[in-house]
Design a protein around this ligand. Sequence first.
Ligand code: NAD
Length: 144
Amino acid sequence: MKIVVLGNGTMGAGIVQTMAQKGLAVTMKGRSNESLDRAMQRMNKGLTRLVEKGKMTAEDADQIIGRITVTTDYADIAQADLVIEAISEEMEIKKEILREIDGLVQPSAIFATNTSSLSITELASVTKRPEQVIGMHFFNPVPV
Ligand SMILES: NC(=O)c1ccc[n+]([C@@H]2O[C@H](COP(=O)([O-])OP(=O)(O)OC[C@H]3O[C@@H](n4cnc5c(N)ncnc54)[C@H](O)[C@@H]3O)[C@@H](O)[C@H]2O)c1
């Protein structure tokens, strides 16, 4: 299954790390290479702390990082089976992104939103697959 997470902020990076910790390959889509680098550095730091505390081995941490790919290009997400949106909590921005990916990602894919309080029905309505748009709410910090 190809999983893509949109957003590399607090929640996006946390969801990506959690998916990778559970053994799933995952792509993190960010807006710039710099922000993706920063997200990966934060993740590496967090995993190093877990290794130091004896909660995982260095090999485990390497494998987790190895399951993550990053991209700034929506074209790279076309083959996704599950897209988890973790973009800023603004209806118009989320709608704009959902509209854009609806035309790019294969029709069978499921879109999940991590919104805290926006209407999932309203978000789903801008896509041609409203029955495949779901809420998937994670708490912060996601890996915990
Ligand atoms: N932080 C929390 O405690 C928490 C908990 C549960 C759910 N949420 C929800 O998760 C979502 C993300 O929250 P967060 O705390 O990770 O926010 P954040 O500010 O840390 O990250 C927001 C992400 O959205 C991206 N973004 C913003 N505008 C964009 C645009 N126009 N196009 C593409 N990307 C854009 C940013 O680059 C960043 O990667 C929100 O819907 C929020 O309500 C947050």
